[in-house]
Design a protein around this ligand. Structure first.
Ligand SMILES: Cc1cc2nc3c(=O)[nH]c(=O)nc-3n(C[C@H](O)[C@H](O)[C@H](O)COP(=O)(O)O)c2cc1C
Length: 328
């Protein structure tokens, strides 16, 4: 397996969004972005159908598995499962503030337990040969100073973790919903940038509020990587120039959005044959034509007709025909 991948641009793990269908679709846009799974808890991997959570296509590579948990032994076991299943990297979630996750004592609340996180990362790395990485906030509640953040990261680096993805806002553990926690605490890119200055040997990827290739290029002058979440989901076409402009590789991307969608149809058909309902895939395509004439009609057709029993790819082509695309 070629583990020599580039982390300059990655797509954020997003529960309920970055499933295997979305990832396959994004891979048609860029051959080089690093993709992440949704967060999978150690409990789910160990106690239920692990194939459901680990299933992916090699076409999605390079691909990282994100785990949620706080038991070093269980995390090590799951990290190994991830390596055996073909993932390129195992990431530990230290950024999710949801109540459910707090009840399980993992996610962002782990920032208050730096030694436990270090033990988790150490055990995970010991159990496998692919890299372990950490995705974290810059602080939680009133523990939001740069010193707190720096000390947390330094502890993890000393435990052997060399790659960090910084969602550059703190989380409030009480009083804000997960959604509010992704917009109300202000973005503070300076934390990630200063961290890179002080610990230059670490790989630092910055995450939060990135919406354009130009912004990615600008941030890459100060950090090693940029992770994009919501914009990649809501407006995926913005990634169409990432291979040429950021990775500097000519990968022959689709000429326009309709070409892209056409290239996804064989995959959709194969999934339908396996019994996957169309809506499970088509829901990821809603934002593709945003801003073009006919995009509203496209969205209407997709949402009204995809859920009809036995809906097939003709729904997608009919929806696509409603859009007037600019010439390439
Ligand atoms: C619907 C949704 C689900 C998310 N699920 C996860 C998750 O499973 N694991 C994680 O680390 N972050 C999760 N996040 C946070 C994103 O990975 C990312 O840190 C956040 O959206 C900020 O990046 P953005 O401004 O580019 O969207 C989620 C975000 C959204 C919008």
């Amino acid at each position: 397996m070629n583990l020599n991948f580039n982390r300059q641009v990655s797509i954020a793990p997003m529960l309920d969004y970055t499933d295997r269908h979305e990832r396959y679709f994004l891979r048609l846009i860029s051959k080089h972005i690093l993709l992440y799974t949704e967060m999978v808890t150690t409990h789910a991997l160990i106690h239920s159908d692990k194939n459901r959570f680990l299933r992916h296509s090699p076409f999605e590579y390079p691909l990282a598995l994100q785990l949620g948990g706080s038991d070093p032994k269980m995390l090590a076991e799951c990290a190994k499962m991830g390596e055996d299943a073909g993932f390129f990297e195992i990431n530990l979630n230290c950024g999710c503030p949801s109540d459910r996750v707090q009840q399980g004592s993992f996610g962002a609340c782990l920032m208050r337990h730096k030694d436990l996180v270090a033990e988790c990362l150490y055990q995970m790395q010991k159990a496998m040969s692919i890299p372990v990485t950490l995705k974290t906030r810059i602080g939680i509640d009133h523990d939001d100073s740069f010193e707190f953040f720096f000390d947390f990261i330094k502890t993890q680096a000393e435990a052997g973790c060399k790659t960090f993805i910084i969602h550059a806002r703190k989380a409030w553990l009480k009083g804000l919903s997960p959604k509010e926690n992704r917009s109300i605490p202000p973005l503070q890119y300076s934390y990630a940038i200063e961290l890179k200055k002080q610990l230059p040997d670490l790989h630092i990827s910055l995450n939060g509020g990135v919406t354009s290739i130009e912004q990615i290029q600008e941030l890459l002058t100060q950090v090693d990587g940029v992770m994009v979440g919501r914009e990649a989901y809501e407006n995926p076409w913005f990634l169409s120039t990432v291979d040429s402009k950021v990775f500097k590789k000519d990968t022959n991307p689709p000429a326009n959005r309709k070409d892209l969608l056409r290239s996804f149809l064989p995959y959709i058909e194969s999934q339908l044959k396996e019994g996957c309902p169309l809506t499970v895939i088509s829901r990821h395509l809603v934002g593709l034509f945003n801003g073009l004439p006919g995009a509203r009609r496209y969205r209407q057709i997709l949402s009204n007709e995809s859920s009809v029993a036995n809906a097939g790819i003709e729904v997608i082509t009919r929806a696509m025909d409603a859009v007037q695309e600019e010439s390439p």
